[in-house]
Design a protein around this ligand. Structure first.
Ligand code: KG4
Ligand code: ZN
Length: 331
């Protein structure tokens, strides 16, 4: 079963063709990062306009790379939430137009659930029951998954998402946007010698990163960052921040995984591209860990198509009234 995935929830315009939920035949991502970095963050109106310009060539490219004709597609899967309303509308409306023109079923996909499905595109398939840590720009969720379609959110962030904290701290340190890769790069030259607070929220599977972010702002101020350009001090602060975030994410995930008796831990979302998080989770978890390839952690449409395959197996298709759900939750 070959499925076309379409993703336009944020600042990546993406299309992909995936066979049987696990074999990627093509995966095209057009990033708008350069355009938004001029403004230090995503500008929603600019994002939707850019999606409109890019989406049709990107879909054509995905179909061509996969060497698939529309008559060989089983269905179309499209992200309908959460995300920026104007951006989501571009993908959802194109999916409907293609479904009508090609006479194919289509299905609406939860972007967060799809992040977990990036793990179905690797060489080893996940096993249930599993615990997924989704760490992206807008969300930090711990999700217990007993089977396809059986998801229970155990915890979430009470304030900033992990990726959002990376982005805000990078701005404070003068490292630019997007912050995650910039902090990771700067940290390679630094020593995590500053003690920064960790919000453990004992007795809860929730997270909180705003106290840590405020502590970094205060520390940066004391150290005269970024006006005084001390690259090695900036690197030390970045490394200390990265260590604190990873410490909390890994410790709390392993704790929840042990309590719920899962057989696997999955990482998902843009922050799962972070080298220290990947290494530390693999090193510290007594339960086997699966992590998507680097290019499948950040937003892409292959994960949408993979998730769509399992929706179709469960006969979950959408009608013409499918709407965008900017605040959609998981589980
Ligand atoms: O999943 P994603 O591509 O988009 C959303 O659904 O939000 O995640 C984007 C987030 C951004 O906050 C970005 O700074 C973060 O993922 N990120 C990273 C790394 N690469 C991307 N955070 C830490 N380390 C990285 N290497
Ligand atoms: Zn995402």
């Amino acid at each position: 079963m070959k499925i076309l995935g379409i993703e336009t929830s944020c600042d990546e315009t993406a299309a992909a063709v995936v066979e049987d939920g696990t074999t990627m035949l093509s995966n095209i991502v057009a990033s708008q990062v350069e355009i938004h970095s001029r403004y230090g963050g995503i500008v929603p109106e600019v994002a939707s306009r850019q999606h409109m310009l890019s989406i049709i060539p990107i879909v054509e490219q995905a179909m061509a790379d996969a060497e698939v004709a529309s008559s060989n597609l089983s269905a179309i899967a499209v992200t309908n939430g959460p995300g920026l309303a104007g951006s989501l509308l571009v993908g959802v409306n194109l999916a409907k137009a293609l479904a009508l023109a090609w006479d194919r079923p289509f299905t609406g996909i939860n972007h967060l659930e799809a992040h977990i499905y990036a793990n179905w595109l690797g060489s080893e398939l996940p096993t249930f029951p599993l615990l997924a840590l989704i760490v992206s720009g807008g969300h930090t969720d711990l999700v217990l998954m007993k089977d396809h379609g059986e998801l229970l959110r155990l915890g979430r962030t009470r304030d900033d998402a992990a990726g959002e904290a990376f982005d805000k701290v990078a701005r404070v340190l003068g490292l630019g946007y997007p912050g995650g890769p910039a902090i990771e790069l700067a940290s390679k030259e630094g020593i995590p010698r500053y003690h920064l607070p960790r919000a453990w929220l004992k007795g809860s599977d929730d997270f909180s990163f705003s106290g840590l972010k405020t502590a970094v702002v205060r520390l940066a101020d004391e150290l005269g960052i970024p006006s005084a350009k001390h690259d090695s001090i900036v690197a030390d602060v970045a490394a200390s921040f990265q260590r604190a975030v990873v410490d909390v994410l890994v410790t709390k995930t392993i704790d929840a995984a042990s309590r719920h008796g899962v057989v696997q831990v999955l990482l998902a979302g843009g922050v799962a591209a972070n080298g220290l998080l990947r290494e530390t989770m693999l090193l510290r978890s007594p339960i086997p860990v699966l992590i998507p390839d680097l290019n499948l952690c950040t937003d892409n449409a292959a994960m949408i198509a993979s998730c769509g395959y399992f929706h179709l197996l469960a006969e979950k298709t959408a009608g013409w009234d499918l709407d965008v759900l900017p605040s959609l939750k998981i589980g």
